[in-house]
Design a protein around this ligand. Sequence first.
Ligand SMILES: Nc1nc2c(ncn2[C@@H]2O[C@H](COP(=O)(O)OP(=O)(O)OP(=O)(O)O)[C@@H](O)[C@H]2O)c(=O)[nH]1
Ligand SMILES: [Mg+2]
Length: 317
Amino acid sequence: MSHLPILSTPWAMRATAAYRIATWGPGRLGCLAVSHVVSSRGLRTPARGQRTSGQPRSQAALIVKPDSVARTSPELAQPTLTPNIIQDPTSCTTVPTKDSKTPVRTPNHEHADRIFRKPAFFIKSATTLKQINNLTAPEVVFLGRSNVGKSSLINALVNRNGLVKTSSKPGHTSLMNFFGLAPVPPHSSVLTLVDMPGYGFRSRREWGKFILSYLSERNQLCGAYMLIDSKVGELKSSDHHMIELLTKHQIPFQVVLTKADKAKGTDSVVEKLTAELNQKSAYFVQPIIPVSARKKLGLTALRLTVLMTCNLSPSAI
Ligand SMILES: Nc1nc2c(ncn2[C@@H]2O[C@H](COP(=O)(O)OP(=O)(O)OP(=O)(O)O)[C@@H](O)[C@H]2O)c(=O)[nH]1
Ligand SMILES: [Mg+2]
């Protein structure tokens, strides 16, 4: 367990975060939405697996890295998983260079790729939580600034160019879109992937309210993937606000460096961001994963961590 400095009371932290969200691009929320978020949630156990609601909030929960996201958790410490996640150059975190050795693929990598070859399908767009009540599969959400590559990454993960619409124009995705993976669509979905509208430049204020209620109340949500453009290579203020929001709602999140084909080297960026995020949030989960949707790099590593985040054993599906 690692401890973060206690900055203030949980209530003050929540109020501060709520104020910041109220002034942030995708939200620019009215006071009503903010006070709803501040007062409505109980502590949920962030998880590899579904979170539960209704447990009391405690300050301890805000300052202690939860076991389920600590890097020392037995699950991540499994020798068959962790070293390969971190070291396998093609299928995992590192974008391979010309000098890379032939990657070693473990059965877990094979399983992860196999699961993501199951038919992927569009379920629905939503603007209220009620519209997604019937979606019960474990869920992960892809978040990030406009144009960072969220929609392209989902297409690449499920091997379906065109499943999610992409555009070079920022602000293209304008609703929360839900996608399923299932042996026999649309039944028995094993996993739900959520594509968010981008925040920051060209985002729209009306997205904020639903996104806030989604993050604060959605029990199916197992974790978030926060995308950073590897060419940008740093957290912008809107990313900081999102991290505060994820932390406030105790949602474990992992960072994905997108468009790695365009960046010269991602190692130093990974190192710098890892140190910064470890300081900033107890809900940050390592490792940071560089990917390229265009060159299909790093995708297997991401698939495997998505399955782990959702507590879906790759070999059991
Ligand atoms: N070079 C490169 N370009 C990429 C990659 N992934 C996405 N892009 C490009 O980045 C642009 C934005 O991609 P999207 O997937 O639409 O980004 P988004 O985050 O969904 O954008 P919004 O929905 O507007 O928030 C498009 O022109 C993509 O072709 C990548 O891996 N490499
Ligand atoms: Mg998009």
